[in-house]
Design a binder for this molecule. Sequence first.
Ligand SMILES: [Zn+2]
Length: 304
Amino acid sequence: MKKVLAIDAGGTKITCVVINENGEIIGDIEKYSTPKKIEELIKLFKDIITKYEETIDMIAFATAGAVNIDNTKVESSTPNMPYGYNKLDFSSLSKKPVFVENDANCAAWAEYKIGAAKGDKNTITITLGTGVGGGFIVEGKLIHGKSGRAGEVGSMKINGRGRVCTCGRKDCFESYASGSGLKMTAEEVAQTDKIFKKSIFNTKNPKDITTYDIIDGINKNDEYSKKVFSIWKNDLITGLINITNIFDPESIIISGGMGKFINTKEIENAINAEIVVSPVKIKLAKAGNYSGMIGSALLAINKF
Ligand SMILES: [Zn+2]
């Protein structure tokens, strides 16, 4: 059975583990802080690879950023990674085959192969965290587009309310449906709606209201918090309706930190009431915290 050294390269930590062709984790998971300099990061990658190189068949990276069509380089800017990261040719790191893929795509592949979307040939995994990421699987294939960058669902425009996104553009889906989006909605409602006067948070500066405050407020039956969350949820539903109408998927899988706050059945019913394609299932991700590494390992086995 083939074995892959899988490495998750994130802005705060580098995680690695060996994974077999069933997507099972074998051996210990190792974690390192992400070095600040590119030379140190390359040395860390090489040290990890040297340790496992003789016992594995290939190396698979899951990374932030858009990856080229050959799966050898990160091509977009990656502000959380060391300067020069997008110059690195991953294939130069080992004499064994090296594969690199965007982490949201890897997570989608893991859900498709061993997680919540198992058996669904058309499935989309949406990551709701600080931002919004997506991996699109259509007719059993991961969609890359002409440059490898397809699936940038966070940059889909919705609403037209004029909210400025962290990328500088207006009305990106991620500026509404991410965790940061919920915080922005909380601030907006606090500044514009008199419902805030009666809120348990009314002594707070609207800028300081957090995602967790809103969730806490809902549990305490705070009308302002319920209104904020309802607006956030409707924005999420709007985006998911667009995706469903375009791709007609069997399932949309929700991963990331915001997933635990949503009722998937309620979202599913709201979407299915408004779409023109056949009904979609909405489920929470099941492949776990290491889905990025599992997905990249399984994609690498497919490729080599
Ligand atoms: Zn944006």
